[in-house]
Design a protein around this ligand. Structure first.
Ligand SMILES: *Cc1c(COP(=O)(O)O)cnc(C)c1O
Length: 603
């Protein structure tokens, strides 16, 4: 391995300039990898990212600005996206143009600044942020001596501190180790404590419990009391679910205590399934519960199409859906094949797919009832009859549309519902498969229970996807309060619609009954419009969410899937913004949300 000999700083350079050159050399030698950033391996690097992000603890969900000082090629942002942390506006800062080139290519649209925070003329207002992290900025000392390195740390922290509103985190090599590397900076915890206590008082944490030979320092600003002349509004969360309280659960939990049956289709699960059947106008046996909606999808796929075969490898699905659809198909051995949705319905169009060129390789089609919209069972039944291909309907968020239109939504094709906490009717985790084909539902039940049917003999591909008695207890208590919960949702929807109509944006607001009560969606007419709305929401600390991300094909794990051109999905994903919803969302918050949306909708 050829490395050039370490270079000493010249008279006109600051000592740390040499470190920048050292990093650039590693990057050109090893590329955009952990080693190219002078980390020994990828796994430890991911651990460090997570330890850095712990600085946000307690603030997850609020819109925040995070500055990544010494961002290198921006891999922390990849980790943030991978973890689904969606409330952060990220600013990457580095001195290396080569590293920033990589970062900008990977994350177009994200702010990456070339900035030397120790330069006397640096405009540090550019890094104004809620939280700042510096991962690995102070660990490599290269040819600097201990004193030069300590001075670099001290100067950097003092200079950035005034530009941070909430807190900082950075890591250093531990001084308490049995061997030291000459090129690393092994710092003293006491020295760091002295610096940070001076800046942050007692609001300092250090941790060395994550298995690496280093420690991470956290320092926090005092929470500033709101200035009296500025109105300070608490953040509005995008979703605050309300499931049955402990008091409402207690009678059901006592029944579990009495029966001493905790799972395996016990009395509470059977009662829950029968209440779902009654609500959906189905006979007993037409619904089987599942541990999650995703498990319900797996059960329904295995019961209809079985696992993927060598000739039928694809599960055809929309790119515009939550990842669970693809996860379930993969679990059954299928390669998701992504098709575009219809611009009006936001869903797959069965007639258009009827002569799709890849149909002969498709083992199962999984149309998705986007946001719990009503999905036409009859049209998919025609598709199934014409093509002979199995169909499973992912109506995860569709509890209301299905229960309000059971005749249109239900039939021989299995319909999968989710009872996840974020869905309108919720058991915490949970789901079900519903179909008028009772034999199919029995097979789904078998596939959710180790392939057991009449005996303890495993007879088919399967998982353990059963709902426990405890979740059924929540489900039964949720049934008890369902009318009240639906009314509460409805009154929030009414308030939203009234405010939006007054403000002239009513037609862009999508609400129940067209979609599930747990979503309030605002549809922008362009990406520019969506960016302005999102900026206004963030500025007023109103959380929002693109519920289906930027589409399945933009999820890291699913980025290489085979797919059709996806112009509609590409247009919809950034433009359909999920606004806050909760059964107790008050009128003042709704007014505030609509005000921000209106502000973002002005040209
Ligand atoms: C919620 C959801 C799921 C997954 O349901 P879980 O109960 O969370 O497993 C699947 N598909 C869609 C479209 C969803 O919205």
């Amino acid at each position: 391995m050829a490395t050039s000999p370490p270079r000493k700083p010249t008279m006109t350079e600051r000592p740390d300039d040499v470190i920048v050159a050292h990093y650039d050399q590693a990057l050109s030698q090893f590329g955009d990898t952990a080693r190219g950033a002078l980390w020994p391996n990828e796994q430890d690097r991911q651990t460090r990212f997570d330890v850095m992000l712990d600085v946000l603890a307690g603030h997850v969900g609020e819109p925040l600005v995070l500055c990544d000082l010494g961002c290198g090629t921006g891999e922390l942002l990849a980790r943030i996206r991978q973890r689904g942390i969606s409330n952060l506006t990220y600013i990457g800062v580095d001195r290396s143009e080569a590293a920033l080139d990589y970062a900008r290519t990977k994350f177009p649209g994200t702010r990456f600044l070339r900035l030397d925070v120790n330069a006397l003329d640096a405009d540090l207002s550019q890094i104004d942020c809620d939280y700042l992290v510096a991962n690995g900025l102070f660990t490599v000392r290269h040819v600097l001596d201990e004193q030069q390195m300590a001075a670099f740390v001290d100067s950097t922290i003092r200079r950035v501190w005034p530009h941070v509103r909430a807190g900082i985190a950075f890591n250093l090599m531990s001084g308490v180790v049995d061997w030291r590397r000459d090129d690393l900076f092994h710092a003293s915890m006491d020295d760091m404590a002295r610096l940070l206590h001076e800046l942050a008082g007692r609001r300092v944490r250090m941790r060395a419990d994550y298995g690496l030979y280093e420690f991470t320092c956290y320092a926090y600003k005092p929470i500033e009391p709101p200035a009296t002349d500025v109105r300070f509004d608490a953040p509005v969360r995008v979703l605050r679910p309300s499931l049955p309280t402990a008091d409402r659960l207690l009678p059901y939990l006592r029944r579990i205590d009495g029966a001493r049956i905790y799972s395996n289709f016990g009395p509470l699960v059977l009662e829950f399934e029968s209440r779902v059947c009654t609500l959906l106008g189905l006979p007993t046996g037409a619904v089987v519960s599942a541990s999650t909606g995703t498990a319900g999808l797996v059960g329904a796929i295995l019961a209809t199409a079985g696992r993927a075969t060598t000739t039928r490898t694809f599960a055809l699905m929309p790119a515009y859906t939550f990842v669970a659809t693809a996860v379930a198909a993969r679990e059954c051995g299928y390669e998701p094949y992504l098709a575009d949705v219809d611009a009006e319905t936001w869903m797959l169009d069965p007639d258009r797919l009827m002569d799709h060129p890849s149909l002969d390789r498709v083992g199962v089609v999984i149309p998705v009832a986007a946001f719990g919209k009503k999905l036409d069972q009859a049209a998919w039944l025609r598709f199934r009859e014409k093509t002979g291909i199995a169909v499973v309907i992912d109506a995860a968020a569709g509890f209301e549309s299905v229960s309000e239109n059971p005749l249109a939504c239900l039939g021989p094709i299995p319909v999968v519902l989710s009872f996840h906490a974020t869905k309108s009717f919720a058991t915490g985790e949970g789901g079900c498969v519903a179909s008028t084909d009772i034999e199919l539902v029995a097979r789904a039940c078998q596939c959710l229970n180790y392939g057991f049917r009449y005996s303890r003999d495993s007879q088919s591909a399967s998982i353990n996807g059963k709902m426990s008695e405890y979740h059924a207890a929540v489900g039964l208590a949720e049934f008890d309060q369902w009318d009240a919960k639906r009314d509460a949702f409805q009154s929030v929807v009414d308030n939203y619609l009234k405010r939006a109509a007054e403000a002239g944006i009513g037609t862009r607001l999508k609400t129940a009954p067209g979609i599930s009560s747990s979503y309030i969606l605002f549809q922008c007419d362009s990406i520019g419009h969506a960016e302005r709305v999102q900026a206004e929401l963030a500025a007023d600390h109103i959380e929002y969410r693109l519920w289906y991300g930027m589409g399945l094909h933009r999820q890291t794990h699913f980025s290489a899937l085979p797919r059709d051109p996806l112009p509609v999905t590409g247009q919809l994903t950034p433009c359909v913004i999920g606004l806050p919803m909760a059964t107790d969302l008050d009128d003042a918050s709704i007014e505030r949300i609509v005000r921000a949306v209106v502000a973002g909708s002005r040209q």
